[in-house]
Design a protein around this ligand. Sequence first.
Ligand SMILES: *Cc1c(COP(=O)(O)O)cnc(C)c1O
Length: 372
Amino acid sequence: MTQSFHPPQRTLMGPGPSDVSPRVLGALGRPTIGHLDPLFIELMDDIKRLLQYAFKTGNELTIPLSAPGSAGMEAAFVNLVSPGDTVIVCQNGVFGGRMKENVERCGATAVMVQDRWGDPVDPIKVEAAFSAHPEANLLAFVHSETSTGVRSDAATLCGIAKAHDALVVLDTVTTLAGIDLQVDNWGADAVYSGTQKCLSCVPGLSPMTFSPAAVDRIQNRKGRVQSWFLDMQLVMGYWGGSSKRAYHHTAPVNALYALHEALVILEEEGLETSFARHHENHLDLVTGLEAMGLEMAVDPAWRLPQLNAVRIPEGVDDAAVRHRLLQEFNLEIGAGLGDLAGKQWRIGLMGHASNSVNVQRCLTALRSVLGR
Ligand SMILES: *Cc1c(COP(=O)(O)O)cnc(C)c1O
């Protein structure tokens, strides 16, 4: 007979998923109720309100999409982009490349703004792209590039888009609850995140928010959205305001209990306190790594506290080190992606996993493995 699956207790310090708090895992196991049960509707309203808090937005259309962050990305593009549109897409890591794929699959043209992997998006290049393509009606970029550990200046980039009457698609999968995110103040229009990074919830949901201007563009589309499941006009009917909720799909009831609990924990701690905790643990990790002679890969001004890119020293076997960390210390850290494979490690300090015990555990384990 096949046995039940019992995973080991790992410490997750990679690019996600991050450690899920016992409170969130506990919520996941509560009794399933119907997804149109009046009590479930109350839970949905709580989740909307808590997500508005986390995103710093008053947007009415603020919901968790029943699919992972990648689906949040796709939902932003399929709803806002029509065939023949021109979209300016910034790429300074893996995820900007996926945005290009999405734009092209919508039948639109992606004008690429390329920056070196490890640098932030350059606002001067974005301004130049708008000057060269006045027809562009959308700007897309990643706030926290998880593949490189780099933050970009979202306020400035959103400002450029506004000045050119373009909407903004903003990836905040690794940002949410880890570093400051001001959806309304910055003027971002379609913003998606994920549950398994700094929210420390189980993977598989994508919190999203759409500005009134984004909703307006969606409602005035000429053609239908190519994806039935991700069509926000239909999703809105299910998550919609006070009106009757129409069945669209069966909500992932227990996963939403988990998200609710993760957001309750965030509200209890307070957003700004959560940011400060991520920042302090990051500084402690950097101090420890540098004391071991390791070098950080990103300029201090643009480092993500929740995702620390570290240069792998000359002559060190990347895969062997990560294998030993996992086998001997039950500790997962991330490998480099793309051109950075074999050159960098990515050490996550996300959400529940951003604590001083994990910082010390990681430093001790690395010291032990590298010392051999
Ligand atoms: C993890 C991540 C995604 C994808 O999220 P999934 O939940 O894995 O689909 C998208 N963008 C960024 C920046 C990410 O870090």
